[in-house]
Design a binder for this molecule. Structure first.
Ligand code: NAD
Length: 462
């Protein structure tokens, strides 16, 4: 697969400062697809300097011009959507259909939404005798994960550019190829040199250098809570703004009057899609005790159907981690009703779609983020019990509620400590704010709320 052997800095592909490379592996067959340079602090420094130099010009560009560049970017991504899908399938392992429908389509929609918002957002407002300006926060350092590799870059780069910020992106080491494709698209779209920069590399080296760099004004990070905590500490010491999109352990609450079959089938599909590597996945299904056995049976059947269709997880390390969690679930007394801890194929990092019944709320598999195709089904006594279980983790990213009576579902959702809740399978909305309560993060992405993260206010009094 085609890969650049340099970094995209100041509008061109430039040689990396060091010699080290990262091998990109196809998780479906374990073959090395390509290599990309492993960036160092020197590459990060060059990229941040380019972003800082480009900042005054881009920040002063009229919003309509920024909107035009983002529209062009959306169009380039759209023209290259097949290439995006095949690239993500190769480096992440997602089935091609899923890559087309989600990994390619969602970032195009998000880029389009920011093209529109850049042109319509109120960057200036009147408050009594003041005029308040919403100004770009400055140079953004963006560190992204591999699970939705293009979406997570676009969810940071598009609002940053719309706001008038400049940006340096350090993508995940497992999925740098679609990040390089994105840099090509930014170039093709005519975004001025230095406004967008890409440095590939390892987290503890290039990622850390970016988070620590004094020329970065805002660190926007998506990834694990453990790394997020470190980044927040580094940014806090330098009094930099930080935005964190972290882990999740979302509850899917099936209230007793819900359409059980639909709730369970959609719930299983939600957990298994992208091989369970979705931070907002509803990995804990909560079912009333009277419907529990039926739900378990339906879930086991639904998971079995996924057997053939599911892609691998991203890496050998991730496979080992997920299988370890499944073993832990068995050891702690949960009952396996689908899948299990054996790798289903000899080649590739596959994990069988797995469902656990008789999961107690305090078990490890009900508390920690597994990030694989593993569903836990928990039994509740009444709504208060369901709420206690739903809110009983350190996370609060997303969730779902199912009920025949929508008002009842909404009343329950309002009491959940979580940033997003889908009611009766509500559709993904690229304009709705996405982000976590509690240890799932700080700040919001997407739509106008996501744009506001990249702005700071200045008030002038008259
Ligand atoms: P990770 O935290 O290991 O890595 C994420 C990014 O951080 C990568 O680019 C990595 O290179 C970098 N990184 C690693 N160590 C670093 C360090 N010391 N300093 C700076 N950067 C460093 O996470 P992952 O395994 O790549 O992704 C999976 C995790 O991401 C899961 O926990 C998942 O829930 C979370 N996630 C959250 C969201 C969300 O929006 N809330 C979205 C996707 C993934």
């Amino acid at each position: 697969m085609k890969a650049h052997d340099g970094m995209y800095i100041d509008g061109a592909w430039r040689p990396a400062a060091g010699q080290d490379v990262i091998e990109v592996v196809n998780p479906a067959d374990e073959q090395v697809l390509a290599t990309v340079p492993a960036g160092t602090a020197a590459d990060v420094d060059a990229a941040v300097r380019a972003a800082r130099a480009a900042l005054p010009g881009w920040a002063a560009t009229p919003p309509a011009e920024r909107a035009a560049r983002l529209t062009a970017l959306r169009d380039v991504l759209d023209a290259r959507r097949d290439e995006i899908a095949t690239t993500v399938t190769a480096e992440l392992g997602a089935p091609l259909k899923f890559s087309q429908a989600v990994h390619a389509a969602v970032p195009i929609a998000v880029a389009g939404s920011y093209a529109e918002l850049a042109g319509t957002y109120a960057f200036e407002e009147k408050v009594g005798n003041s005029t308040v300006y919403h100004e770009p926060i400055g140079v953004v350092g963006a560190i992204t994960p591999w699970n939705y590799p293009l979406h997570q870059i676009v969810a940071k780069a598009a609002p940053a550019l719309a706001a008038g910020c400049t940006i340096v992106v350090k993508p995940a080491e497992n999925t740098p190829l679609v990040a390089q494709l994105f840099a090509e698209a930014v170039h093709e779209a005519g975004v001025p040199a230095g406004v967008f920069n890409l440095v590939t590399g390892l987290g503890p080296v290039a990622g850390q250098a970016l988070a620590e760099h004094p020329g970065v004004d805002l660190v926007s990070f998506t990834g694990s809570t453990a790394v997020g905590r470190r980044i927040a500490a580094v940014a806090g010491a330098a009094v930099k703004k930080v935005a964190l999109e972290l882990g999740g352990k979302s509850a899917n609450v099936v209230l007793p009057d819900a359409d059980l079959t639909k709730a369970v089938n959609v719930g299983v599909a939600n957990v298994m899609s992208n091989s369970g590597q979705t931070c907002s996945a509803w990995t804990r299904m909560l079912v009333h005790r009277d419907q529990y056995d039926e739900a378990v049976e339906l879930a086991a059947q639904a998971a079995a159907k996924y057997g053939e269709r599911i892609g691998p997880v991203v890496s050998a390390r991730q496979q080992e981690r997920v299988l370890g969690y499944i073993e832990k679930g068995v050891a702690e007394g949960a009952r396996l009703v689908a899948g299990g801890p054996q790798a289903p194929r000899e080649k590739g990092y596959f994990v069988s779609p797995t469902v656990f019944a008789d999961v107690a709320p305090d078990m490890t598999i009900a508390q920690e983020e597994i990030f694989g195709p593993v569903l836990s089904i928990l039994r509740y006594e009444d709504e208060e019990d369901a709420l206690r279980i739903a809110n009983g983790t350190v996370y609060g990213l997303a969730g779902a509620v199912w009920a025949a009576d929508e008002e009842r579902a909404v009343a329950f959702a309002r009491r959940m400590d979580t940033g997003q809740v889908d009611i009766n399978g509500g559709r993904f909305n690229p304009l709705a704010p996405f982000g976590g309560y509690k240890q799932s993060g700080v700040g919001r992405e997407l739509g106008a709320h996501g744009l506001a993260e990249y702005l700071q206010t200045k008030s002038l009094q008259f």
